[in-house]
Design a protein around this ligand. Structure first.
Ligand SMILES: Cc1cc2nc3c(=O)[nH]c(=O)nc-3n(C[C@H](O)[C@H](O)[C@H](O)COP(=O)(O)OP(=O)(O)OC[C@H]3O[C@@H](n4cnc5c(N)ncnc54)[C@H](O)[C@@H]3O)c2cc1C
Length: 382
């Protein structure tokens, strides 16, 4: 295991040089606009060297890496401050779903370009009337000859503006309601029936979009699971969100926390007893988060996910949002002014603004609390 960690560390150290030296630290939530081209080139280098999709089976180009090895990789990756991955939706969400539900032909078609960083994906679930209430999806698709024809609107679709493919939850049985009659379609983005309109976020950048399907087409075989069984497949994809990258994520959190402490010392905010209290509390909670992540790993390795799995998203997102508020507080009044016009934010301002989104995506805090109440505490449905 130490050998594996050493190998990852040495490879990253050697390759985060030359054209990639300046790619360190680029990208990530709230900063996806940074260095897309160089990060795409980096993704392909990682793929060519066998450092993508580590947990996938060897026959599909992965390494059959254990959970511990995947965690070690993500930790070293974060420690090296390597650029944020552009292929994470492919590797982390649709790839595992194709491995679970795809036919052999689908696996051969879709997995290699994800692994090599040649095709990027986006997630077409949310709609204007279907967010937390995802079963209310209204986008429709019907089979016409040997193609699906798709009409409807998705919203908040992260990275759709750079994606080659979208996995789309669509209603394929006219008149069906809620979870029934939905299908999970794989749709190419580069076609006349697909229009992507960027949405500008609080940070002044655009990393998610509205996506309009107006008679968009995809081959009849581009469906995961049987027609009408899309809900089951869609839920499986949600189950893959996060996972082994969590401990790596915490190394990024620690880096942000350290920056907040450094600014607090510089501005004198660290002498304010209330700020000191908040900093200490934040540090303690970061430690708790790490211990919980380690416990989760242990329970997942034993094949028995414990209740801590359900608190992870709620806990980190609420913590991160509070860290964003603290990041503003330690700057004092300077935090209220951008470095330059029109929207040149410093890292702490961006942290504050983007962390507001953390408690919304991948299941809002209210929804997470409902899940804990019902599934972990056995409370009656609210
Ligand atoms: C940065 C970001 C990236 C995203 N990327 C994607 C993406 O790539 N693909 C994609 O499909 N979607 C994406 N989303 C959308 C995300 O999944 C939805 O925003 C989320 O599911 C909430 O849905 P909504 O925005 O429609 O809010 P709503 O569901 O309308 O909720 C509004 C408010 O009501 C609360 N609420 C709703 N239902 C209940 C309930 N039953 N009990 C208590 N409170 C409730 C919510 O918690 C929330 O506070 C992204 C969102 C963000 C912020």
């Amino acid at each position: 295991m130490t050998d594996f960690r050493d190998e990852v560390r040495a490879w990253l150290q050697e390759h985060l040089s030359g054209e990639f030296a300046h790619a360190r630290g680029l990208g990530g939530p709230g900063r996806e606009h940074e260095g897309h081209e160089v990060r795409l080139a980096w993704e392909r280098l990682l793929g060519a060297a066998g450092w993508t999709c580590l947990g996938w089976p060897k026959e599909h180009g992965g390494r059959d890496a254990t959970l511990a090895e995947q965690v070690a990789f993500h930790e070293e990756y974060a420690r090296a401050d390597a650029p944020a991955r552009v292929g994470h939706i492919g590797e982390g969400l649709i790839g595992p779903t194709i491995l679970e539900f795809g036919t052999e032909e689908q696996k051969r078609r879709f997995l290699p370009p994800i692994r090599r960083g040649e095709e990027l994906w986006c997630q077409g679930y949310s709609e204007p009337e279907a967010g937390s209430d995802l079963a209310n999806v209204q986008t429709r698709a019907r089979l016409e000859g040997d193609e699906w024809v798709i009409t409807g609107q998705k919203v908040w679709t992260s990275l759709a503006h750079v994606a080659d493919w979208c996995f789309v939850l669509a209603r394929t049985e006219p008149g069906s309601r809620r979870h029934k009659g939905l299908s999970y379609l794989l749709v190419p983005m580069d076609q006349p029936g697909v229009e992507v309109r960027p949405i500008v976020q609080l940070t002044g950048t655009s990393e998610f979009n509205e996506v309009f399907f107006d008679g968009a087409r995809s081959a009849a075989g581009n469906i995961l699971g049987a027609p009408g069984e899309g809900w089951r497949v869609a839920m499986a994809t949600l189950g893959y969100e996060r996972g082994a990258s969590t401990l790596g994520q915490q190394i990024g959190f620690q880096r942000e926390f350290d920056r907040v402490v450094a600014v607090a010392k510089r501005t004198g905010a660290a002498e304010d007893p209330i700020i000191r209290d908040r900093l200490v509390r934040s540090w303690l909670e970061l430690r708790i988060m790490r211990l919980n992540a380690l416990r989760t790993m242990t329970s997942l390795s034993a094949g028995e996910p414990g209740p801590e799995v359900s608190i992870a998203k709620l806990y980190w997102s609420e913590w991160h949002r509070r860290l964003g508020e603290l990041a503003q507080a330690v700057q004092g009044r300077a935090g209220l002014v951008a470095d330059g016009p029109p929207y040149d934010l410093n890292d702490l301002q961006r942290l504050y603004l983007f962390s507001r989104a953390d408690t919304i995506y991948a299941g809002s805090s209210e929804i997470q609390r409902n899940i804990i109440a019902e599934r972990t505490l056995g409370l009656p449905r609210g």
